[in-house]
Ligand binder design. Structure first.
Ligand SMILES: [Zn+2]
Length: 259
């Protein structure tokens, strides 16, 4: 299935997915670049899928929904122009069964869309990182990431921000000896130097280098306890420690941080 990444703002990606029966826009935070792409390729979208209500994910929804007369899928009451409220389970979009996963933590009503091998996970799981805890708790975000971690390894992680390089610098700090992290860092440095996206990644790859999915690994536990000697060492405590550690970390490649 052709998957297109449309860049928006400084580091957002809006995904365009051709399913064969439809053309879905995921998290259109900005209508401008989407319209430009659609016009240039003579395309008409059939649905908008929103992972959560933050402005950089929904800013273009009203304009695009009106212009193309589109149904808007999402959870909670803060998605503009919402027509289809989704919950955990299956929803049919353009004749396709899409799995909805409720993944609170970054926001309380954050959802992911899983269709075939594509996972649209918004600001919950990033490549080599995870979202900030804005509305929920570290426990919630941990459970949400556990839910995603158990999907098949071939799953394409279609997250909404190009944070990979900064995340890998943090991952390397946590696990300096992790060969997967070093290899991925070298690959992503090359991709970014050529202006190419580092996404989508695969879940299998994430499980090898994303410290937030590796909270049971001895080296990650050790690193968390070094940074916070009060950390008890359970996967949840390690996760909460890593998240706090990362909140105060600025990578050499990124002085702005996460949103
Ligand atoms: Zn967000």
């Amino acid at each position: 299935m052709p998957l297109t990444l449309i860049s928006a703002f400084r580091d957002n990606y809006i995904y365009l997915l051709e399913t064969g029966t439809g053309l879905w826009l995921v998290d259109p935070g900005d209508a401008g670049p989407v319209e430009h792409h659609l016009q240039a390729h003579g395309l008409s979208p059939t649905a908008i899928l929103c992972t959560h209500h933050h402005a950089d994910h929904v800013g273009g929804v009203v304009h695009l929904a009106r212009k193309y007369d589109l149904p808007v899928y999402g959870s909670g009451d803060r998605i503009p122009a919402l027509t289809h409220h989704v919950r955990e389970g299956r929803v049919r979009i353009d004749g396709e069964d899409v799995e909805i996963l409720e993944i609170p933590g970054h926001t309380l009503d954050h959802v992911a869309y899983w269709w075939k091998d594509c996972l649209f996970c918004g600001d919950t799981l990033f490549s080599a990182g995870c979202g900030r805890v804005f509305e929920g708790t570290a426990d919630m975000l941990f459970d949400s990431l556990e839910k995603l971690r158990h999907l098949p390894g071939i799953t394409k992680v279609c997250c909404a921000h190009e944070y990979t390089l900064a995340n890998l610098h943090f991952a390397r700090l946590v696990e300096p000896d992790n060969a997967w992290t070093r290899a991925r860092l070298a690959d992503v440095e090359k991709l970014r130097a050529r202006g190419k996206p580092s996404l989508p990644s695969t879940l299998e790859g994430e499980k090898s280098c994303n410290p937030f999915l590796r909270c049971s690994e001895a080296k990650v536990v050790e690193a968390a306890r070094r940074w916070n000697p009060g950390c008890g060492g359970t996967p949840l405590e390690v996760f909460a420690t890593l998240r706090r550690w990362k909140d105060g970390f600025t990578a050499p490649s990124d002085r702005r941080g996460e949103t």
